[in-house]
Design a protein around this ligand. Structure first.
Ligand SMILES: *Cc1c(COP(=O)(O)O)cnc(C)c1O
Length: 425
């Protein structure tokens, strides 16, 4: 079969199964086109995308402004490596640091790379600024975290599927319960070698766990008290998804207007990825102020593709779209409507036991065991009914549509979801 022949869904699935490593278990749907909140399969069936590539496509599929910036840059200059300067990276660094209020940005490509970068930066700061003895630094992380797939990152995961037989693991991490300030303070008190606290503002992969009100601010205050860096992994929660530019933002609406610079929590190290490119290209970044970032010197860290001109052009366009189209505000408004509409239904059904989330990062809890097939079967039926979502864990379904959705589309999706859930009563 020629490369350019149009495949049927089954042919495409067979090819991946035969020639690709089996490191994912995709829902059986083969997509070939996307625009805004919609995707189409190879047979031409149209779906609402309710996953948004794990919140990478916040700006909607193939946003013309992002695609325009990308194709324009692709025809001009794609890669110089950091052996030389390029005329786009500085612009991106200026724009992103002004948007998020940090002195400096370190560009990488994937989320996991940005997390690795943040860990290295934190350790180096611990030795060179805080004064911890060499090789003694510890970083506190949370149970049920998801920060990516590298050897170091899975070393502090407690997901057996992600960890088993990938050892030996990297040392230097202490795991505590998420949303537990007492555990954090006990750990900081007992341990003078703690360099940082790495946390997701909402645990996305774990099943959209939203911590108690004030948890992040209080955790940040504890970190300050013990001279420990607060590292926010906003790879999934950032860039408008939770109704704010960042999930750690307060009510200053900085995505829409110019931020007053008074976030609820200002992380010492901020990790971004996914929607930093609107899903067009792998772009990630670590942001910090000079007192931290300046420990990194030439040769300490790098990436051939990190900060390449396409990534820089795409990153600027992706952030501009979030601001110009007031997508954080839209996520806030539609998220409230979504939870309100589904909550009304949940009171009347035995299939779903609850809904939680913030902005347009939400999850419903299926009233069945983690091992059951119910959530998967519901996602299959949602697919048949024109909406794509996937379970995060056995019995939790995440709902995270692109933020460019409008109210009419959202209500249409709510009726598809309710109709589908009723089929399981
Ligand atoms: C997706 C994700 C990552 C990893 O990003 P990749 O681009 O897949 O490497 C890290 N942290 C969080 C919170 C994520 O959701």
């Amino acid at each position: 079969m020629a490369v350019l022949d149009q495949l049927t869904s089954q042919q495409a699935i067979d090819l991946e199964n035969k020639y690709g490593a089996h490191n994912y278990h995709p829902l059986p749907v083969v997509l070939s086109r996307g625009e805004g909140v919609y995707v189409w399969d190879v047979e031409g069936k149209k779906y609402y995308d309710f996953l948004s590539a794990y919140s990478a496509v916040n700006q909607g599929h193939c946003h013309p402004k992002i695609v325009g910036a990308m194709t324009n840059q692709a025809q001009t200059l794609t890669l110089t490596s950091r052996a030389f300067y390029n005329d786009m990276l500085g612009k991106f660094e200026k724009y992103a640091t002004e948007t998020f209020h940090y002195d400096k940005l370190l560009p990488m490509n994937t989320g996991a790379e940005a997390v690795e970068t943040a860990l290295k930066l934190c350790r180096k700061w611990a030795y060179e600024v805080k004064g911890i003895d060499e090789n003694e630094a510890e970083i506190v992380v949370c149970e049920n975290n998801f920060h990516g797939r590298t050897t170091t990152i899975i070393s502090f995961s407690n997901d057996p599927v992600a960890r088993k037989n990938f050892g030996p693991y990297t040392n230097g991490f202490i795991k505590i319960e998420y949303d537990n300030l007492e555990a954090l303070e006990d750990t900081l008190k007992a341990n003078s070698n703690v360099a940082g606290f790495l946390v997701e503002p909402i645990q996305g992969e774990a099943g959209v766990y939203v911590p108690s009100d004030g948890y992040l601010a209080k955790a940040k205050a504890l970190c300050e008290k013990y001279n420990v860096l607060f590292i926010a992994d906003e790879v999934q929660t950032g860039i408008g998804r939770t109704g704010r530019l960042l999930a750690t933002c307060g009510n200053c609406n900085c995505a829409e207007k110019h931020c007053s610079g008074t976030p609820e929590v200002k992380a010492d190290i901020l990790i971004l990825g996914k929607a930093l490119s609107g899903g067009a290209y792998p772009v990630s970044a670590v942001l910090a102020n000079d007192n931290i970032m300046n420990v990194i010197k030439p040769g300490n860290h790098g990436s051939t593709f990190g900060g390449n001109p396409i990534a820089a052009a795409v990153g600027i366009a992706a952030l501009e779209v979030i601001k110009d189209e007031e997508l954080a505000d839209n996520a806030q408004k539609l998220g409230e409507l979504f939870r309100a509409e589904l909550s009304k239904f949940i009171e009347t059904t035995t299939v779903v036991s609850g809904i939680r989330g913030k902005g347009l990062l939400n999850a419903i809890l299926i009233n069945d065991t983690e091992e059951s097939e119910t959530a998967w079967n519901i996602c299959m039926r949602l697919r048949d009914n024109g909406l794509l979502a996937k379970p995060t864990h056995g019995n939790i379904i995440r709902f995270a549509p692109p933020l460019v959705m409008n109210e009419e589309q959202l209500l249409d999706c709510v009726s598809i979801i309710i109709k589908t859930l009723k089929e399981f009563e």
